[in-house]
Design a protein around this ligand. Structure first.
Ligand code: GLN
Length: 483
């Protein structure tokens, strides 16, 4: 048996029954990585020596005992590099564990590798990584999505049992959709952001990638809950997210947002999602139309708020406290200026400049304040829609994976990749993407993602709804053929 092909749930069985050991699970993964990652390039770094020591001592009776987990390069893991795929953090070694990592460790998991991403999580294709791009496992000439493209690609290609990512405007769900795995953005406040390098603090949320919905639930169990070190983490009770996965869907009401089924979405995506809607009807769900009337403003509002917050958050990269430092500065301003000029890539600079502009006096009211007000309207749209339904059903991405290099010169076109995921972050609701079909494009099969959006702190129901679809279809069982 190839252990690397297993889900976390299956691997746990093997480890608990002692049919396999954690060291064997790690070795199987390493063999897979060595053969496949030269093509995918999903990892930036792996710490196998330490991982092997942890595996040898792992307590397999813990919920994730001995399970290696891949981590997006934006989360601090003590003793490992944490660069956000940016030159400015090259050489930075995390001095502490993020809370999500500490909790994974407490559940017995082994964070062993750093996955590639768009620099500082800004992007939708992982092409903004300063290190190298990552390929889509279904067609290596295409992008894996972003910004957590490395995490999605390594799970889809069997180079990881599961992974963590972060989602500010779709960065877990969109790459999960494009790579054909499951990816969950929890409710804002469900998972502590302590130790997550901040991009846009009012939107950022950490979440899991898995081969199945159940695996996402297992990881969510481990990482959720209030943390005194993150004042935005909320003291809601954390249920066992696996306990209600098998609940019957009879009578559940799902909403199709009128504004999300529009012209311009790829016809194969549209038809796969509509097929999934019919499938839900066959499972007993009732489908109703809902409206999210402020959808058209979501992308604009996001790119004002996210850049404003980023310009403030990224001010800390000044060459004094972290990472890269310009040589022989003539004075302090020259030091700051050249350090940032040399350390940040073009997209990060674009966002810092845009964010500084929208916050500047004279423009603050016209842009930032106005965007905050529209955010409230967007949030209200969701509150109203959720008076009628338990989940919203829609596409995750308007199209399957595009070709590498196709959008790099056109940031606006790239920003539209997030059109269906961004509003969820603005509203704070949880959302998941699961595979719901394939598009045949130029002779290759490319995964299509179905997005389900839930009520705040009702991830248990959301996962249940996603699981019911997954378990009665076989899209999640398909694997890419790799070189
Ligand atoms: N693609 C979006 C952006 O570029 C979302 C990124 C994210 O969720 N981190 O900002």
């Amino acid at each position: 048996m190839d252990l690397a092909a297993l889900t976390v749930t299956e691997l746990r069985e093997q480890l608990r029954s002692r049919a396999a050991s954690p060291v064997e699970a790690l070795d199987a993964l390493e063999r897979r990585i060595v053969s496949v990652d030269p093509h995918i390039r999903g990892y930036l770094h792996r710490d196998l020596e330490q991982a092997r020591a942890l595996a040898a001592a792992a307590d397999v009776t813990l919920p994730l005992g001995g399970v290696p987990i891949a981590i997006k390069d934006v989360l601090n893991v003590r003793g490992q590099p944490c660069t956000c795929a940016s030159k400015i953090l090259r050489g930075y070694i995390a001095p502490y564990d993020a809370t999500a990592i500490a909790r994974l460790r407490a559940a017995g998991a082994i964070p062993f590798g750093r996955t590639n991403m768009d620099e500082f999580a800004m992007g939708s294709s992982t092409e903004n990584s300063s290190v190298h791009p990552t390929a889509n496992p279904w067609d290596i000439t295409r992008i894996p999505g972003g910004s957590s493209g490395g995490s999605a690609a390594v799970v889809a290609s069997g180079e990881a049992y599961a992974a963590l990512g972060s989602d500010t405007g779709g960065s877990i769900r969109q790459p999960a959709a494009l790579c054909g795995c499951a990816g969950l953005k929890p409710t804002y406040g469900r998972v502590s952001r302590f130790g997550l390098v901040a991009f846009a603090s009012s939107l950022d949320q950490i979440g899991p990638f898995g081969k199945t919905v159940r695996d996402c639930a297992l990881l969510l169990n481990a990482i959720s809950g209030h943390d005194p070190q993150d004042s935005t983490s909320i003291a809601e009770p954390v249920p066992d997210f696996t306990a209600s996965l098998d609940r019957d869907l009879a009578g559940v009401r799902l909403g199709m947002p009128r504004e999300y089924f529009i012209e311009g979405i790829d016809p194969q995506v549209d038809s796969a999602v509509r097929q999934a809607v019919r499938h839900y009807e066959s499972l007993g769900a009732e489908i109703v139309e809902v409206s999210l009337p402020h959808t058209d403003y979501a992308v604009a509002v996001y790119y004002i708020l996210a850049t404003a917050e980023a310009s403030a958050n990224l001010a800390r990269f000044d060459g004094i406290r972290y990472g890269h430092r310009a040589e022989n500065p003539s004075n302090l301003l020259d030091h700051y200026g050249r350090t940032r000029e040399e350390g940040f890539g073009p997209e990060v600079k674009r966002r810092i400049i845009l964010g500084t502009y929208v916050l500047s006096s004279g423009y603050y009211d016209a842009y930032y304040l106005r965007a905050q007000k529209v955010r409230t309207l967007i949030r209200r749209d969701f509150t109203r829609a959720f008076e009628k339904v338990e989940a919203i059903i829609c596409p995750t991405s308007p199209e399957p994976a595009f070709k590498a290099g196709e959008r790099t010169g056109d940031p606006l076109k790239m920003y539209l990749a997030d059109i269906f995921t961004i509003a969820t972050n603005l509203a704070g609701n949880p959302g998941i993407s699961i595979p719901c079909g394939f598009a045949a494009i130029e002779g290759v099969q490319l995964p299509i993602g179905l997005q389900l959006i839930g009520k705040p702190f009702e991830e248990a129901r959301l996962l249940n709804i996603a699981h019911a679809y997954e378990q009665s279809t076989d899209w999640h069982l398909r694997r890419p053929t790799l070189p």
